[in-house]
Design a protein around this ligand. Structure first.
Ligand SMILES: [Fe+2]
Ligand SMILES: [Fe+2]
Length: 317
């Protein structure tokens, strides 16, 4: 276990600890020459660091995504703590304990998966039931589903995050079906369960959360499409209309072409899935930003690039 975690670092403290290097940017000094701005992370958060000329040689062989051992001092810069680095060396993955670096969902994931299974048990269409069973019986898929994050950074970026996000979208889907009676609940539940299933292979989450090669090259929509197509091919006489509708929901769930969906949602169950996915991910981003800033006196968060706004942190009423 580490002895120094990022969320406990205080100004003036000496640092001698392992971190994950998550950013490394060469910047120009005001008076000429260069320095390196870095970001160090562990399971409790991230902190900015600055490396002057004295460590520029050491940094040459280190890249973002490497584990590093850092010595330095915590100072205050722009009202935020940052580490002035004295030395930095690369550390191999074998020297790292996963639990120091992987944030874990607060909820018990077995309970979350149990909730998901209850919702899936409500499906009545025999072909969808069969398809879901093929997924639930696949040990590799389920074990990965219980651990996978929903993102590297954006939202639910933690072990178990995919299951929590999936459960939320499924529950919201059930609520939507109570209000909008014309929705086909089987499609909403199955589509919600499978919409991000490709994420189990989009990310690695052994010692750190990162993209896999397949994840970078194909993305979770294509990976999920392939997984579902493969399972459907094992079911005799799976109706073509059902296959098309389910796959359409998965490939259109990002809702806009510029957000990675090749087509827009073209029927109500696909549209609701998109909006509920968007709702859960955006709300979680806002909630995480507020949690991150708890204890600071600031009224506003920094600009959030994904939400494209600053967030009001104000006091509770
Ligand atoms: Fe997605
Ligand atoms: Fe999603």
């Amino acid at each position: 276990m580490k002895s120094q975690y990022i969320n406990e670092l205080k100004s003036g403290q000496l640092v001698k600890e392992k971190f994950l290097l998550t950013k490394k940017i060469l910047k120009e000094k005001k008076d000429g020459g260069f320095f390196t701005q870095i970001e160090l992370s562990d399971r409790t958060g991230s902190i900015e660091g600055v490396a002057w000329d004295n460590v520029s040689d050491e940094l040459k062989n280190i890249s973002s995504g490497d584990f590093v051992f850092v010595t330095g001092t915590v100072t205050e810069y722009n009202e935020k703590p940052r580490i002035v680095v004295n030395s930095i060396t690369r550390v191999s993955e074998e020297e790292i304990e996963a639990e120091d670096f992987l944030p874990v969902a607060e909820e018990n994931i077995d309970d979350v998966v149990a909730e998901i299974i209850v919702l899936l048990n409500g499906i009545t269409n025999p072909y969808l039931k069969d398809l879901i069973q093929h997924f639930l019986n696949d040990k590799e898929i389920i074990e990965n589903f219980k651990r996978a994050p929903a993102a590297k950074k954006a939202h639910h970026a933690e072990i178990g995050g995919l299951a929590v996000h999936t459960r939320n979208v499924m529950k919201l889907g059930m609520k939507a079906c109570e209000i909008f009676k014309f929705l086909n609940a089987d499609l909403v539940v199955a589509g919600s369960f499978l919409h991000d299933i490709g994420k189990i292979y989009e990310y690695t989450y052994q010692k750190k959360i990162d993209h896999t090669k397949n994840g970078r090259m194909l993305g979770h929509i294509i990976i999920g499409y392939e997984m579902i197509t493969e399972k459907i091919s094992k079911i005799e006489k799976f109706p073509e209309e059902l296959r098309l509708k389910l796959l359409h929901m998965v490939v259109s769930h990002h809702g806009e072409l510029e957000y990675g969906s090749p087509i827009l949602p073209l029927f109500p169950e696909a549209l609701i899935l998109h909006f509920l996915d968007n709702l859960d991910s955006k709300l979680e981003m806002m909630h995480e930003e507020i949690k991150k800033n708890k204890g600071t006196l600031a009224d506003w968060s920094e600009y959030h690039p994904l939400l494209e706004r600053v967030i009001y942190l104000g006091t509770e009423i």
